[in-house]
Design a protein around this ligand. Sequence first.
Ligand code: FE2
Length: 427
Amino acid sequence: MGALLPVLGSPAKLLINNNNDNDYTPTDLPDRIILTVTPDMATSITVNWRMADKPGDNLVEYTIADAHPEFIANAVRVKATAKAFRFENVSAINCRITLNELKPETLYAYRVGNETNWSEWMQFRTAKSNTNKANLSFIYLGDAQVGIRPLWSRVIRKAYSNMPDAQLIIHAGDLVNRANEDKEWGDWFGAGGYIHGSTPTLMTPGNHEYTHEDGKPHLSLFWNEQFALPVNGPADELLKGCCYFTDVQGVKIISLNTQMIEEALTEDLIERQVAWLHQTLKHNVQQWTCVVMHHPVYSTKKGRDNKKVRDHLKPIFDQYGVDLVMQGHDHAYARGMNKIALTGGAAGSRSGTTYIVSVSGSKMYETEPMEWADIIGSHLQVYHSVNIIDNTLAFRSYLATGELFDAFDLVKEKGRQNTMIDKRPSK
Ligand SMILES: [Fe+2]
Protein backbone atom coordinates (compact mmCIF):
# COMPACT_ATOMS: atom_id res chain seq x y z
CA MET A 1 0.00 0.00 0.00
CA GLY A 2 1.34 3.46 -0.86
CA ALA A 3 1.88 6.21 1.66
CA LEU A 4 -1.37 7.66 2.92
CA LEU A 5 -1.95 11.32 3.67
CA PRO A 6 -2.44 12.26 7.32
CA VAL A 7 -6.06 11.94 8.45
CA LEU A 8 -7.88 15.17 9.25
CA GLY A 9 -10.77 14.95 11.71
CA SER A 10 -12.26 11.54 12.56
CA PRO A 11 -11.26 8.71 10.22
CA ALA A 12 -13.96 6.44 8.81
CA LYS A 13 -14.55 3.32 10.88
CA LEU A 14 -14.89 -0.19 9.50
CA LEU A 15 -18.51 -0.74 8.56
CA ILE A 16 -20.26 -3.25 10.78
CA ASN A 17 -23.87 -2.74 9.69
CA ASN A 18 -25.94 -1.45 6.82
CA ASN A 19 -27.95 1.16 8.72
CA ASN A 20 -28.90 4.05 6.48
CA ASP A 21 -31.66 6.52 5.74
CA ASN A 22 -31.69 5.97 2.00
CA ASP A 23 -35.15 6.42 0.53
CA TYR A 24 -35.99 3.40 -1.58
CA THR A 25 -39.70 4.08 -1.92
CA PRO A 26 -40.79 2.67 -5.29
CA THR A 27 -41.75 5.30 -7.86
CA ASP A 28 -43.52 5.38 -11.20
CA LEU A 29 -40.19 4.59 -12.83
CA PRO A 30 -39.14 0.92 -12.86
CA ASP A 31 -36.20 0.05 -10.62
CA ARG A 32 -34.44 -3.07 -9.25
CA ILE A 33 -34.24 -4.41 -12.81
CA ILE A 34 -32.44 -7.73 -12.88
CA LEU A 35 -31.98 -10.56 -15.38
CA THR A 36 -32.11 -14.01 -13.82
CA VAL A 37 -30.97 -17.28 -15.36
CA THR A 38 -33.23 -19.83 -17.03
CA PRO A 39 -32.64 -23.53 -17.73
CA ASP A 40 -31.91 -22.65 -21.38
CA MET A 41 -29.86 -19.47 -21.60
CA ALA A 42 -29.52 -19.77 -25.39
CA THR A 43 -33.20 -19.18 -26.06
CA SER A 44 -34.65 -17.51 -22.96
CA ILE A 45 -34.06 -14.99 -20.20
CA THR A 46 -36.09 -13.83 -17.20
CA VAL A 47 -36.56 -10.11 -16.53
CA ASN A 48 -37.53 -8.94 -13.03
CA TRP A 49 -38.23 -5.42 -11.77
CA ARG A 50 -40.38 -3.39 -9.38
CA MET A 51 -42.46 -0.19 -9.53
CA ALA A 52 -44.98 1.73 -7.49
CA ASP A 53 -48.24 -0.20 -7.41
CA LYS A 54 -50.50 1.58 -9.95
CA PRO A 55 -53.30 0.28 -12.15
CA GLY A 56 -52.47 -0.80 -15.70
CA ASP A 57 -50.40 -3.36 -17.53
CA ASN A 58 -46.73 -3.91 -16.75
CA LEU A 59 -44.82 -4.41 -19.95
CA VAL A 60 -41.56 -5.47 -21.55
CA GLU A 61 -40.53 -4.41 -25.04
CA TYR A 62 -37.69 -6.32 -26.64
CA THR A 63 -36.03 -6.96 -29.94
CA ILE A 64 -32.67 -7.84 -31.46
CA ALA A 65 -30.35 -4.89 -30.82
CA ASP A 66 -28.94 -2.86 -33.67
CA ALA A 67 -26.60 0.14 -33.85
CA HIS A 68 -29.30 2.12 -35.64
CA PRO A 69 -31.57 3.54 -32.93
CA GLU A 70 -34.58 2.77 -35.07
CA PHE A 71 -34.23 -0.83 -33.97
CA ILE A 72 -36.87 0.04 -31.39
CA ALA A 73 -39.50 0.06 -34.14
CA ASN A 74 -39.12 -3.73 -34.32
CA ALA A 75 -39.75 -4.25 -30.62
CA VAL A 76 -42.33 -6.77 -29.51
CA ARG A 77 -44.45 -5.74 -26.53
CA VAL A 78 -45.43 -8.40 -23.98
CA LYS A 79 -47.29 -8.25 -20.68
CA ALA A 80 -45.44 -9.26 -17.52
CA THR A 81 -46.77 -11.03 -14.46
CA ALA A 82 -47.23 -8.45 -11.73
CA LYS A 83 -47.74 -9.16 -8.04
CA ALA A 84 -48.37 -6.64 -5.28
CA PHE A 85 -45.75 -6.72 -2.53
CA ARG A 86 -46.69 -5.33 0.89
CA PHE A 87 -44.38 -5.65 3.86
CA GLU A 88 -44.05 -3.24 6.78
CA ASN A 89 -43.85 0.20 5.15
CA VAL A 90 -43.05 -1.17 1.67
CA SER A 91 -45.76 -1.14 -0.97
CA ALA A 92 -44.66 -2.05 -4.48
CA ILE A 93 -45.48 -4.21 -7.43
CA ASN A 94 -42.99 -6.89 -8.46
CA CYS A 95 -42.97 -7.77 -12.14
CA ARG A 96 -41.44 -10.66 -14.02
CA ILE A 97 -41.49 -12.31 -17.38
CA THR A 98 -39.49 -15.02 -19.10
CA LEU A 99 -38.77 -14.17 -22.72
CA ASN A 100 -38.72 -17.39 -24.73
CA GLU A 101 -37.88 -18.38 -28.30
CA LEU A 102 -34.90 -16.02 -28.46
CA LYS A 103 -32.11 -16.59 -30.97
CA PRO A 104 -28.91 -18.07 -29.52
CA GLU A 105 -25.76 -15.95 -29.32
CA THR A 106 -27.66 -12.78 -30.14
CA LEU A 107 -27.60 -9.31 -28.60
CA TYR A 108 -31.08 -8.24 -27.52
CA ALA A 109 -32.32 -4.88 -26.27
CA TYR A 110 -35.22 -4.50 -23.87
CA ARG A 111 -36.97 -2.00 -21.67
CA VAL A 112 -39.52 -2.45 -18.89
CA GLY A 113 -42.35 -0.26 -17.62
CA ASN A 114 -45.90 0.64 -18.58
CA GLU A 115 -47.68 2.85 -21.13
CA THR A 116 -46.18 6.04 -19.67
CA ASN A 117 -43.03 5.17 -17.70
CA TRP A 118 -40.17 3.16 -19.10
CA SER A 119 -36.66 2.15 -18.15
CA GLU A 120 -33.80 2.85 -20.52
CA TRP A 121 -33.17 0.27 -23.24
CA MET A 122 -30.80 -2.30 -21.81
CA GLN A 123 -28.86 -4.98 -23.70
CA PHE A 124 -27.98 -8.59 -23.02
CA ARG A 125 -26.61 -11.45 -25.10
CA THR A 126 -28.15 -14.90 -25.22
CA ALA A 127 -25.85 -17.88 -24.78
CA LYS A 128 -24.61 -20.12 -27.54
CA SER A 129 -26.59 -23.29 -28.11
CA ASN A 130 -25.31 -26.00 -25.82
CA THR A 131 -22.29 -27.78 -27.21
CA ASN A 132 -20.18 -30.72 -26.14
CA LYS A 133 -17.12 -28.52 -25.78
CA ALA A 134 -17.43 -25.98 -23.00
CA ASN A 135 -16.96 -22.28 -23.69
CA LEU A 136 -18.18 -20.05 -20.87
CA SER A 137 -17.06 -16.99 -18.90
CA PHE A 138 -18.60 -15.89 -15.64
CA ILE A 139 -18.04 -13.75 -12.55
CA TYR A 140 -18.33 -15.21 -9.05
CA LEU A 141 -18.84 -13.11 -5.93
CA GLY A 142 -18.92 -14.17 -2.26
CA ASP A 143 -21.00 -12.47 0.44
CA ALA A 144 -21.89 -8.82 -0.21
CA GLN A 145 -23.80 -8.62 3.10
CA VAL A 146 -22.24 -5.60 4.85
CA GLY A 147 -21.11 -2.27 3.46
CA ILE A 148 -23.18 -3.12 0.40
CA ARG A 149 -23.74 0.36 -1.00
CA PRO A 150 -20.57 2.07 0.24
CA LEU A 151 -18.04 -0.73 -0.35
CA TRP A 152 -19.49 -3.73 -2.21
CA SER A 153 -20.35 -1.45 -5.13
CA ARG A 154 -16.68 -1.06 -6.06
CA VAL A 155 -16.24 -4.83 -6.24
CA ILE A 156 -19.13 -5.71 -8.55
CA ARG A 157 -18.28 -2.70 -10.72
CA LYS A 158 -14.60 -3.64 -10.94
CA ALA A 159 -15.55 -7.23 -11.74
CA TYR A 160 -17.88 -6.11 -14.51
CA SER A 161 -15.40 -3.62 -15.97
CA ASN A 162 -12.76 -6.37 -15.96
CA MET A 163 -15.11 -8.81 -17.65
CA PRO A 164 -17.94 -6.97 -19.42
CA ASP A 165 -18.73 -9.95 -21.64
CA ALA A 166 -19.17 -12.40 -18.77
CA GLN A 167 -22.23 -14.47 -19.51
CA LEU A 168 -23.30 -14.82 -15.88
CA ILE A 169 -22.74 -13.30 -12.47
CA ILE A 170 -22.93 -15.81 -9.63
CA HIS A 171 -23.64 -14.78 -6.02
CA ALA A 172 -22.81 -17.33 -3.31
CA GLY A 173 -25.36 -16.15 -0.70
CA ASP A 174 -25.65 -13.52 2.04
CA LEU A 175 -26.41 -10.84 -0.51
CA VAL A 176 -27.73 -8.79 2.43
CA ASN A 177 -27.35 -8.86 6.21
CA ARG A 178 -31.02 -8.67 7.26
CA ALA A 179 -33.23 -10.82 5.05
CA ASN A 180 -36.37 -8.67 5.18
CA GLU A 181 -34.78 -5.21 5.32
CA ASP A 182 -35.89 -3.37 2.19
CA LYS A 183 -33.13 -0.77 2.53
CA GLU A 184 -30.47 -3.47 2.28
CA TRP A 185 -32.05 -4.85 -0.88
CA GLY A 186 -32.18 -1.26 -2.14
CA ASP A 187 -28.46 -0.98 -1.44
CA TRP A 188 -27.78 -4.27 -3.24
CA PHE A 189 -29.69 -3.31 -6.36
CA GLY A 190 -28.24 0.20 -6.34
CA ALA A 191 -24.64 -0.98 -5.97
CA GLY A 192 -24.97 -3.23 -9.03
CA GLY A 193 -27.09 -0.74 -10.99
CA TYR A 194 -27.36 -1.52 -14.69
CA ILE A 195 -25.02 -4.51 -14.32
CA HIS A 196 -27.93 -6.47 -12.80
CA GLY A 197 -30.02 -5.69 -15.86
CA SER A 198 -27.30 -6.48 -18.41
CA THR A 199 -25.74 -9.78 -17.30
CA PRO A 200 -27.88 -12.75 -16.23
CA THR A 201 -27.58 -13.48 -12.53
CA LEU A 202 -27.54 -16.80 -10.66
CA MET A 203 -27.84 -16.53 -6.89
CA THR A 204 -28.18 -18.86 -3.94
CA PRO A 205 -29.39 -17.82 -0.48
CA GLY A 206 -27.17 -17.75 2.62
CA ASN A 207 -28.03 -17.83 6.30
CA HIS A 208 -28.59 -14.07 6.27
CA GLU A 209 -31.38 -14.56 3.73
CA TYR A 210 -33.26 -16.30 6.56
CA THR A 211 -35.22 -14.91 9.53
CA HIS A 212 -36.16 -16.73 12.73
CA GLU A 213 -39.09 -14.81 14.24
CA ASP A 214 -40.68 -17.98 15.61
CA GLY A 215 -37.42 -19.86 16.11
CA LYS A 216 -37.75 -21.62 12.74
CA PRO A 217 -35.85 -20.60 9.57
CA HIS A 218 -37.86 -18.60 7.01
CA LEU A 219 -36.46 -17.56 3.65
CA SER A 220 -36.55 -13.80 3.01
CA LEU A 221 -39.97 -12.63 1.85
CA PHE A 222 -38.11 -10.72 -0.84
CA TRP A 223 -36.21 -13.66 -2.35
CA ASN A 224 -38.76 -15.39 -4.57
CA GLU A 225 -40.75 -12.20 -5.07
CA GLN A 226 -37.90 -10.26 -6.65
CA PHE A 227 -35.92 -13.12 -8.24
CA ALA A 228 -37.75 -15.52 -10.57
CA LEU A 229 -35.30 -18.44 -10.64
CA PRO A 230 -35.54 -21.78 -12.47
CA VAL A 231 -38.07 -24.28 -11.14
CA ASN A 232 -36.14 -27.42 -12.05
CA GLY A 233 -35.22 -28.18 -8.43
CA PRO A 234 -36.74 -30.56 -5.88
CA ALA A 235 -40.51 -30.36 -5.48
CA ASP A 236 -40.49 -28.63 -2.10
CA GLU A 237 -41.66 -25.12 -1.33
CA LEU A 238 -38.79 -24.72 1.17
CA LEU A 239 -36.23 -25.21 -1.62
CA LYS A 240 -37.97 -23.09 -4.28
CA GLY A 241 -35.67 -20.51 -5.86
CA CYS A 242 -32.74 -22.06 -3.96
CA CYS A 243 -32.04 -25.45 -5.60
CA TYR A 244 -31.96 -25.37 -9.38
CA PHE A 245 -29.56 -25.63 -12.30
CA THR A 246 -28.80 -24.30 -15.72
CA ASP A 247 -26.82 -25.97 -18.51
CA VAL A 248 -24.97 -23.30 -20.41
CA GLN A 249 -22.33 -23.68 -23.10
CA GLY A 250 -21.09 -27.07 -21.90
CA VAL A 251 -21.24 -26.24 -18.18
CA LYS A 252 -23.78 -27.35 -15.59
CA ILE A 253 -24.16 -24.82 -12.78
CA ILE A 254 -26.09 -26.02 -9.75
CA SER A 255 -27.38 -23.89 -6.88
CA LEU A 256 -27.75 -25.70 -3.55
CA ASN A 257 -29.34 -24.50 -0.31
CA THR A 258 -26.93 -25.27 2.53
CA GLN A 259 -29.08 -23.40 5.06
CA MET A 260 -31.70 -26.09 4.55
CA ILE A 261 -29.07 -28.67 5.45
CA GLU A 262 -27.49 -26.89 8.42
CA GLU A 263 -30.85 -25.77 9.80
CA ALA A 264 -33.30 -28.20 8.23
CA LEU A 265 -36.19 -29.01 10.53
CA THR A 266 -36.55 -32.52 9.16
CA GLU A 267 -34.18 -35.12 7.75
CA ASP A 268 -36.69 -35.50 4.91
CA LEU A 269 -35.92 -32.04 3.65
CA ILE A 270 -32.20 -32.78 3.53
CA GLU A 271 -32.88 -36.09 1.80
CA ARG A 272 -35.03 -34.39 -0.83
CA GLN A 273 -32.21 -32.03 -1.76
CA VAL A 274 -29.59 -34.79 -1.66
CA ALA A 275 -31.72 -37.14 -3.81
CA TRP A 276 -32.29 -34.37 -6.34
CA LEU A 277 -28.56 -33.63 -6.47
CA HIS A 278 -27.85 -37.33 -7.11
CA GLN A 279 -30.36 -37.42 -9.96
CA THR A 280 -29.14 -34.14 -11.43
CA LEU A 281 -25.52 -35.29 -11.47
CA LYS A 282 -26.32 -38.82 -12.60
CA HIS A 283 -27.87 -37.52 -15.82
CA ASN A 284 -25.33 -34.76 -16.33
CA VAL A 285 -23.81 -34.70 -19.82
CA GLN A 286 -22.07 -31.30 -19.54
CA GLN A 287 -18.28 -31.22 -19.82
CA TRP A 288 -17.85 -29.19 -16.62
CA THR A 289 -19.88 -29.07 -13.41
CA CYS A 290 -19.86 -26.15 -10.98
CA VAL A 291 -21.82 -25.82 -7.74
CA VAL A 292 -22.66 -22.62 -5.90
CA MET A 293 -23.73 -22.77 -2.25
CA HIS A 294 -23.27 -20.66 0.85
CA HIS A 295 -21.77 -22.69 3.73
CA PRO A 296 -18.33 -24.05 2.86
CA VAL A 297 -17.50 -27.73 2.99
CA TYR A 298 -14.12 -26.64 4.37
CA SER A 299 -13.82 -23.45 6.40
CA THR A 300 -11.13 -20.84 6.94
CA LYS A 301 -11.22 -21.12 10.73
CA LYS A 302 -11.59 -24.21 12.92
CA GLY A 303 -14.61 -23.01 14.90
CA ARG A 304 -16.62 -22.38 11.72
CA ASP A 305 -17.00 -25.98 10.59
CA ASN A 306 -20.14 -27.04 8.68
CA LYS A 307 -20.08 -30.77 9.30
CA LYS A 308 -23.63 -31.48 8.16
CA VAL A 309 -22.99 -29.81 4.81
CA ARG A 310 -19.73 -31.74 4.36
CA ASP A 311 -21.20 -35.09 5.42
CA HIS A 312 -24.17 -34.78 3.07
CA LEU A 313 -22.60 -33.18 0.02
CA LYS A 314 -18.90 -34.00 -0.27
CA PRO A 315 -19.40 -37.75 -0.97
CA ILE A 316 -21.73 -36.80 -3.84
CA PHE A 317 -19.30 -34.24 -5.25
CA ASP A 318 -16.62 -36.94 -5.12
CA GLN A 319 -18.83 -39.62 -6.64
CA TYR A 320 -19.75 -37.56 -9.69
CA GLY A 321 -16.53 -35.57 -10.05
CA VAL A 322 -17.92 -32.06 -9.49
CA ASP A 323 -15.20 -29.71 -10.71
CA LEU A 324 -15.67 -26.48 -8.77
CA VAL A 325 -17.59 -25.55 -5.61
CA MET A 326 -18.08 -21.81 -5.08
CA GLN A 327 -18.94 -20.83 -1.51
CA GLY A 328 -19.07 -17.88 0.89
CA HIS A 329 -19.94 -17.43 4.58
CA ASP A 330 -16.45 -17.19 6.11
CA HIS A 331 -15.66 -13.60 5.08
CA ALA A 332 -12.24 -14.55 3.79
CA TYR A 333 -10.74 -16.11 0.67
CA ALA A 334 -9.43 -19.66 0.36
CA ARG A 335 -9.04 -22.41 -2.19
CA GLY A 336 -7.95 -26.02 -2.11
CA MET A 337 -8.07 -29.36 -3.86
CA ASN A 338 -4.81 -31.29 -3.72
CA LYS A 339 -4.80 -31.74 0.05
CA ILE A 340 -8.42 -32.92 0.27
CA ALA A 341 -8.87 -36.69 0.39
CA LEU A 342 -11.40 -38.59 -1.70
CA THR A 343 -14.32 -39.85 0.38
CA GLY A 344 -13.58 -43.49 1.15
CA GLY A 345 -10.39 -43.28 -0.93
CA ALA A 346 -7.10 -45.00 -0.22
CA ALA A 347 -4.37 -43.27 1.77
CA GLY A 348 -2.93 -40.43 -0.27
CA SER A 349 -6.02 -40.15 -2.51
CA ARG A 350 -7.31 -36.73 -3.39
CA SER A 351 -10.80 -35.43 -4.01
CA GLY A 352 -10.42 -33.85 -7.44
CA THR A 353 -13.00 -31.18 -6.58
CA THR A 354 -11.75 -27.61 -6.10
CA TYR A 355 -13.33 -25.70 -3.22
CA ILE A 356 -13.36 -21.90 -3.04
CA VAL A 357 -14.42 -19.66 -0.14
CA SER A 358 -14.88 -16.00 -0.96
CA VAL A 359 -16.15 -12.60 0.19
CA SER A 360 -16.96 -9.47 -1.76
CA GLY A 361 -18.49 -7.14 0.87
CA SER A 362 -16.78 -5.34 3.74
CA LYS A 363 -17.37 -7.78 6.63
CA MET A 364 -14.01 -9.44 7.35
CA TYR A 365 -13.27 -12.41 9.60
CA GLU A 366 -9.99 -13.70 10.97
CA THR A 367 -8.60 -16.93 9.53
CA GLU A 368 -6.34 -19.75 10.71
CA PRO A 369 -3.98 -21.95 8.73
CA MET A 370 -6.20 -24.83 7.53
CA GLU A 371 -4.87 -28.14 6.32
CA TRP A 372 -7.16 -28.38 3.27
CA ALA A 373 -6.29 -24.98 1.83
CA ASP A 374 -3.57 -24.19 -0.70
CA ILE A 375 -4.00 -20.51 0.00
CA ILE A 376 -5.96 -18.39 2.49
CA GLY A 377 -6.35 -14.62 2.28
CA SER A 378 -7.96 -12.47 4.95
CA HIS A 379 -9.05 -8.85 5.19
CA LEU A 380 -9.52 -8.59 1.44
CA GLN A 381 -12.53 -7.84 -0.75
CA VAL A 382 -12.20 -10.07 -3.79
CA TYR A 383 -13.96 -11.09 -7.01
CA HIS A 384 -13.34 -13.92 -9.42
CA SER A 385 -13.36 -14.52 -13.14
CA VAL A 386 -13.90 -18.04 -14.44
CA ASN A 387 -13.12 -18.75 -18.10
CA ILE A 388 -13.81 -22.25 -19.34
CA ILE A 389 -12.62 -23.27 -22.78
CA ASP A 390 -12.91 -26.95 -23.67
CA ASN A 391 -10.81 -28.90 -21.16
CA THR A 392 -9.32 -25.92 -19.29
CA LEU A 393 -10.95 -23.86 -16.54
CA ALA A 394 -9.02 -20.67 -15.71
CA PHE A 395 -9.88 -19.32 -12.26
CA ARG A 396 -8.61 -15.87 -11.31
CA SER A 397 -9.04 -14.01 -8.02
CA TYR A 398 -8.75 -10.25 -8.06
CA LEU A 399 -8.64 -7.76 -5.23
CA ALA A 400 -11.20 -4.96 -5.10
CA THR A 401 -8.43 -2.74 -6.44
CA GLY A 402 -8.10 -4.90 -9.55
CA GLU A 403 -4.77 -6.60 -8.75
CA LEU A 404 -4.46 -10.30 -9.47
CA PHE A 405 -4.26 -12.08 -6.11
CA ASP A 406 -4.56 -15.78 -6.92
CA ALA A 407 -4.75 -17.81 -10.11
CA PHE A 408 -4.95 -21.43 -11.17
CA ASP A 409 -6.06 -23.51 -14.11
CA LEU A 410 -7.90 -26.81 -13.89
CA VAL A 411 -7.17 -29.20 -16.72
CA LYS A 412 -9.59 -32.03 -17.45
CA GLU A 413 -8.44 -35.28 -18.99
CA LYS A 414 -10.82 -38.11 -19.73
CA GLY A 415 -11.01 -40.70 -16.98
CA ARG A 416 -8.71 -38.78 -14.66
CA GLN A 417 -9.13 -36.27 -11.89
CA ASN A 418 -8.51 -32.64 -12.77
CA THR A 419 -4.97 -31.35 -12.62
CA MET A 420 -4.55 -28.00 -10.86
CA ILE A 421 -1.87 -25.76 -12.32
CA ASP A 422 -0.88 -22.98 -9.98
CA LYS A 423 -0.65 -19.65 -11.82
CA ARG A 424 -0.28 -17.41 -8.78
CA PRO A 425 1.49 -14.18 -9.57
CA SER A 426 5.05 -14.22 -8.22
CA LYS A 427 5.57 -11.87 -5.30
FE1 FE2 B 1 -23.19 -16.50 5.98
